[in-house]
Design a protein. Sequence first.
Length: 107
Amino acid sequence: MTPQLDATFAALADPTRRAILAMLLEDDMAVTDVAAPFDMSLAAISKHLIVLTSAGLISQEKRGRVKWCKLEPDALREASVWMQGFGQMESVDLDAFERFLETQIDG
């Protein structure tokens, strides 16, 4: 596996990060809005965002005084191709993945 693929799977291993990805499926969000539903400090959320950014799953940009997070839609492509290489796995259905992520948020 490549270092990028390792980073992707490591980022996806954490339920908080999966929940953040599910939230970003809808639209870009300010960091403070990303942090709002979680019972943890803004610093802790920022660490999760750094992992997601390093893995290329999200990007962050400053707009005025506010830092925004955006889902990078092609970021899971390499992981999907890698999983398809096992033959017994079907191609990754991103709609099903979205539904899975939403169930992680809702409990």
